[in-house]
Design a protein around this ligand. Structure first.
Ligand code: G3P
Length: 218
């Protein structure tokens, strides 16, 4: 499963990309607005840090404008994947863009059938939002389970990206279900690394080593 960071914070992306296990980044208008500055410059900078897919979302809602914005975003860098919302205008746009070779991540997906429609239109990635479904007392991961099963039934090549992740259990479940990608806030990624027994174990190993009078291994 590929791991993406769901943030537009360049410093955080740089810091965590150094782990070598970050495969891409997803942004959205909210995340870019929080970052401030010139959003297109921020996206270009992110593309220099992460050698993988970087999702950038259109803000137009009508077909012609969506297409124009998508072309502008895609021209920024070969890593850019254009995010298009799951609407009728969006589906029309995905069809046109995919035929041009522009990779589309269909966003704001909340049902498996929305995901199937986006895949039929030619989406490269579909992004069901699990956390926002959990927030309203629906089972977000159920959408992932069913989408992965449907795509397997029909050998759909579109990748399933688990978005709106809130905690490490969402990541675990995404991997168990066979999702292609999980995108997460930096806080969740850092939670994945940590275990108290890892810290305690390391402390004990080093203490025992030093107690025996050994030093650095050079
Ligand atoms: O970028 C899409 C998604 O990951 C947003 O998550 O936390 O705003 O529901 P959230």
């Amino acid at each position: 499963m590929r791991i993406f960071l769901d943030t537009a914070n360049v410093d955080e992306i740089r810091r965590l990309a150094a782990t070598g296990v970050i495969d891409g980044v997803t942004t959205n208008p909210t995340l870019l607005a929080q970052q401030g500055g010139d959003p297109l410059a921020v996206l270009k900078e992110i593309c220099t840090i992460v050698q993988g897919d970087v999702s950038a979302e259109v803000v137009a809602t009508q077909h012609e404008e969506m297409i124009a914005e998508a072309r502008r975003l895609a021209a920024l860098d070969p890593h850019i994947v254009v995010k298009i919302p799951m609407t009728a205008e969006g589906l029309r746009s995905i069809r046109v863009l995919s035929r041009e070779g522009i990779r589309v991540n269909t966003t704001l997906i909340f049902t498996p059938i929305q995901a199937l429609l986006a895949a039929k239109a030619g989406a490269y990635i579909v992004s069901p939002f699990v956390g926002r479904l959990d927030d309203i007392a629906h089972r977000g991961m159920q959408v992932i389970r069913q989408t992965v099963a449907i795509f397997r039934n029909y050998q759909v090549k579109t990748q399933v990206l688990v978005a709106s992740i809130r905690h490490p259990l969402h990541v675990l479940e995404a991997a168990r279900l066979g999702a292609d990608i999980a995108t997460m806030p930096t806080k969740v990624f850092e939670q994945l690394l940590k275990h108290p027994l890892t810290d305690i174990g390391l402390e004990r190993f080093l203490k025992d080593w030093q107690s025996a009078g050994y030093g650095r291994i050079l």
